[in-house]
Design a protein. Structure first.
Length: 340
């Protein structure tokens, strides 16, 4: 589920530099400015959207199968491609799962974009220049330059203690980043979180704790206006929501919905949530009020979902059976997805 990476050493940069890149600070006329223009959000402020699903039950179509285990899809508007993590079986004395970032170019081209990425959940920064990655290979939150694929560390630890195995990530338009830290990919490495699994925030290079009382937090997503944070607690079969304040801090946790084994998630421009259920092979769709709007079916075990395509209305789903039976699925929906 996202449950179930050791990378080669790469050149790192300072947290300050990474924080600037994540926040989307660019110099007019510089390549970053061009990337920012190329990643204009498909969501129209104040727009009214109709029902997101063409039917209460929708079946996604397989694009390609035969992968070991797929996770973390995210759309790169700059290139019109989908990036996703391809995870392998645990290996070595520490039992860590190697992984790479694949790039899918519609309609049918798959290639390795970043070898030995150590990644699970992914998100493209608002300025379109970097790929944020929940990296369990070294138990950090990382970023990769989309231009030269160089790696930097965004969050190395919390209060000097290593994370378990960062799993999924979401980023606000101001660059504030939130990620989950279950222990699914910790393998045989020491537990430095005292038996707790948590949710963390990174803002201006500072790592803060959001919540360490959730059992195996997994998928995580922000509402389009950035005022609500949603987190799936896999072992509790629940989706939680938190109020997000202007400084990125959170409060007022409530239960948003109940569902089986919530895994990865995404959100559309109307604020509807699309949450993958690992055990069911379904993506459950909820309105911002928590009303159940329907489902999208894919392979047996669904891990994550992301919007993409030229108009943002294609929903991509990673789903299947671990060990060679995983695939990437897609379906067309009525409401475009929020890019972050």
């Amino acid at each position: 589920m996202t449950h179930r990476r050791t990378s080669r050493h790469r050149r790192t940069r300072t947290l300050t530099a990474v924080a600037i890149a994540i926040a989307g600070v660019v110099t007019p006329g510089a390549p970053g400015a061009l990337a920012a223009a190329a990643t204009a959000a498909p969501c129209t402020p104040g727009a009214t959207y109709g029902p997101p699903l063409p039917a209460q039950s929708v079946s996604a179509q397989l694009i390609r199968g035969g992968f070991n285990f797929l996770e973390g899809p995210t759309w790169d508007q700059r290139t019109g491609t989908l990036l996703l993590s391809h995870m392998q079986n645990p290996s070595g004395p520490q039992g860590v799962q190697p992984s790479s970032v694949l790039r899918y170019t519609p309609p049918a081209t798959f290639e390795t974009f970043i070898a030995d990425s150590g990644s699970n959940g992914l998100a493209v920064t608002p300025d379109g220049t970097r790929l944020l990655a929940a990296t369990h290979d070294n138990r950090t939150l990382s970023s990769y330059s989309l231009a030269d694929r160089s790696r930097a560390t965004v969050a190395a630890n919390y209060l000097g203690r290593a994370f378990n195995s960062p799993n999924d990530v979401t980023i606000g338009q101001d660059g504030t980043t939130y990620f989950t830290d279950p222990n699914f990919q910790r393998g045989n490495r020491a537990d430095e979180q005292g038996g707790r699994t948590g949710v963390f925030r990174v803002r201006d290079g500072v790592v803060s704790l959001v919540d360490d009382t959730l059992r195996q937090p997994n998928g995580i997503v922000l509402s389009p206006d950035g005022k609500t944070l949603y987190v799936g607690a896999t072992s509790s079969n629940a989706i939680m929501k938190y109020t997000v304040f202007p400084d990125g801090s959170t409060g007022n946790r409530t239960t948003f919905a109940s569902m089986r084994t919530p895994d990865g998630a995404t959100v559309d421009c109307a604020g509807n949530l699309y949450w993958a259920s690992y055990d069911e092979g379904l993506v459950h769709v909820f309105s911002p009020s928590g009303a159940r709007l329907g489902t999208v079916s894919a392979g047996r075990n669904s891990t994550n979902a992301a919007f993409g395509g030229p108009d943002g209305r294609t929903l991509f789903i990673t789903s299947g059976v671990a060990g060679g039976g995983f695939g990437l699925y897609q379906t067309r929906l009525n409401v475009p997805g929020n890019p972050y």
